[in-house]
Structure formats: structure tokens, C-alpha cells
Design a protein around this ligand. Sequence first.
Ligand SMILES: *Cc1c(COP(=O)(O)O)cnc(C)c1O
Length: 237
Amino acid sequence: MGLIADNFSTITARMGSAAGRAGRDVRAIKLVAVSKTVGVPEISAAIDCGIRDFGENRVQDLVLKKQLFPDVRWHMIGRLQTNKVKDVLGAAAIIHSLDRWDLAEYIEKRAQRELLTVPVLIQVNMAGEASKGGIAPANVEEFVGALSQLHNIRVVGLMTMAPAVSDPEETRPIFRETAGLFRHLKDNNYPNVSMDILSMGMTHDFEIAIEEGSNLVRVGRGIFGPRKEEGYRIGNA
Ligand SMILES: *Cc1c(COP(=O)(O)O)cnc(C)c1O
């Protein structure tokens, strides 16, 4: 087996164990392979393993890779600038990083023009990190309420990133609180909102995230190996 196939079976086995510890069915947990900085051969290898969901944090890379691999789903997981919205609509299966109202307005306006309904996750800054985007937890309810009035955006869940800490166990409260917020919002039954996807967990903390209720993990290095500082990019921007 190749390196990526080996990594994939290790990650899926660990996902299975984490789900088992939480009494959950691993088949209900989606793996998104984060392929930022990763090239065509590696993506092909991942597709050969059966992976059908990929994550990118830059619009140019996502659009280009979607052209090269149109039959898999491409998830936009990075901060989205309003001037890139027109490129990402139609290319991204889901935008995980809706983190501010002006971005929602841009998406809505553009999606209206193109007759699209755009599935989005609200990025929640649960840890209150100044370096990260996301809606403060106290403001999420109001934000969802406002989004539920838009016709061409459909909120389908939440995304969060836990702080990078050496002991992933420290991230547990962040995931637990995000899962609690997710359930609360689901119970509120907003019109035009379906709280289905809870996107949390990366290479170093996905098991904790699964134990706390994540149903979509975004794993990059765990599948493709460490990213090189000057890694190969398909795009050149
Ligand atoms: C890079 C990235 C990931 C994957 O990180 P790894 O540590 O490589 O698993 C997940 N989510 C987001 C938002 C990212 O930017």
C-alpha cells in the first residue's frame, strides 16, 4: 500500500475507535481530506482510497482542483474574501467559513443572480481567539436568526477550530460547548436552517472532536503527511 492509503486506513481506524468510545456509528461521520498545498498525484491516490470529500482554504486552489477533479466534493474551509465569492459559488459543495454578515450579504446577492442555494456552515470562534475568524458564541443565535431570512443561503450546521495546543485533551471543552450550541440551535428549528453538520476536528484533535459529537472531521496532515513550508501548489497565487 502507498503512504496515503496507509494513512487513510490508520485515520479511519482511529475514527472508528473514537466513535466506538462515544457509542456512535462511524458511518455517520464524514472525513474531509484537507488537500491544501497537495498536488494531483496525492489527490488521485486519495480518490483511489475512496475519499470523495476534499477541503481547500484558498479559492483559486479550490476552483482549479474542482476543474481537475470534478466528480468529488470540494469544501471551502478557509477565510473567504468577498471578492472571491463569485468564483467559489458553484465550485464549493459547502462553505464552512461563514464568519461575518457582510460575507453573507455578498453570497446572498451573488447566489440570487445565479439562481443558486448555497449551503454554509457558520464558523464559531468558541475559544475567542483573536487570530481566528468566526462568530462569538454569544452572537451565534442572532446571526442564525438573521441568516434564516435569506433565501439563497442555507445554513446547514456549524464549524469550529480548536486552539493548537500540545495536549489535544485541552480542546475537549471547546468541542463540547460547540456541540451544545449546535443542539440548542437545532432545537430552535429556524426556518430555512438545517442543523445537520457539525464540522470539527483536525489531525491532532479529531478523536476528541468525534467523542464530543463531531460528524465531519477535516484531516490534512494525517492523510497527506506534513505540509512543506514551500509546498507544491497547483495554483500560483
Ligand atoms: C489546514 C486545515 C485543516 C487540516 O489541518 P491538519 O492539521 O492538516 O489536519 C482543517 N481545517 C482547517 C480550517 C484548515 O485550515
